[in-house]
Design a protein. Structure first.
Length: 203
């Protein structure tokens, strides 16, 4: 939608509303802008009729005075009806219209954002605390497993020492009794590959 509003400081009814309001230039073929322009003209007619109805019937049109910003009010009302109203207060300055958030709505919005951030921080703290507890539990479990393995190694070492001591006692007992345990010597002779001797025939 492209249309240009020429700002006017005074809005007076003299002949008809279009000659007394700010001029509106609409690009040809722009249906939306044309509809908005037509709606603004209708709103202006309604405002003019309402203003003249409150005056005596003999009052000339030149003496009908309307607020300076009536054109701006009509424009904002039409745009609000067309596109929805924004929360805030409309202010004018430097030939432009802008929406400024009111203190109450801004404070309410800020308070809501702060509360949401607080809830998010609380949730993150809870998650971090749970992760810390989980890591601590895993560390304790690994420490317990390490202690268990260490205890098993100590037990195996003690059993080896005990078996070695028992073997030493057995060897000493055998030496005292004079018994000697001889193991059979392995046969290291290589197998013979020669033919057996042939005995002569005595017959």
């Amino acid at each position: 939608m492209l249309f240009l509003l020429k700002t006017c400081h005074k809005f007076k009814a003299r002949r008809d509303l279009e000659s007394k309001t700010e001029d509106v230039y609409v690009r040809p073929g722009n249906e939306i802008a044309e509809q908005l322009h037509a709606t603004m003209v209708e709103k202006g007619d309604d405002v003019l009729q309402e203003a003249t109805s409150q005056l005596p019937s003999e009052t000339p049109m030149e003496d009908v005075t309307l607020p300076e910003d009536v054109g701006f009010q009509i424009m904002t009302e039409v745009l609000d009806q067309k596109y929805g109203r924004r929360h805030g207060k409309v202010v004018r300055g430097m030939g432009k219209a802008r929406v400024r958030e009111t203190g109450a709505s801004f404070s309410k919005s800020t308070t809501g954002e702060v509360n949401a951030l607080k809830e998010e921080v609380t949730t993150l703290k809870g998650q971090l605390a749970a992760q810390d507890e989980q890591i601590k539990a895993q560390s304790e479990q690994m420490r317990a497993q390490s202690e268990h393995i260490k205890a098993e190694n100590e037990q195996m070492r003690a059993e080896n020492e005990q078996m070695r001591a028992q073997m030493s006692m057995i060897v000493q007992a055998l030496a005292v009794s004079g018994l000697q345990i001889q193991l059979p010597a392995p046969d290291l002779t290589p197998p013979s590959t020669s033919q057996p001797p042939h005995l002569p025939d005595t017959q």
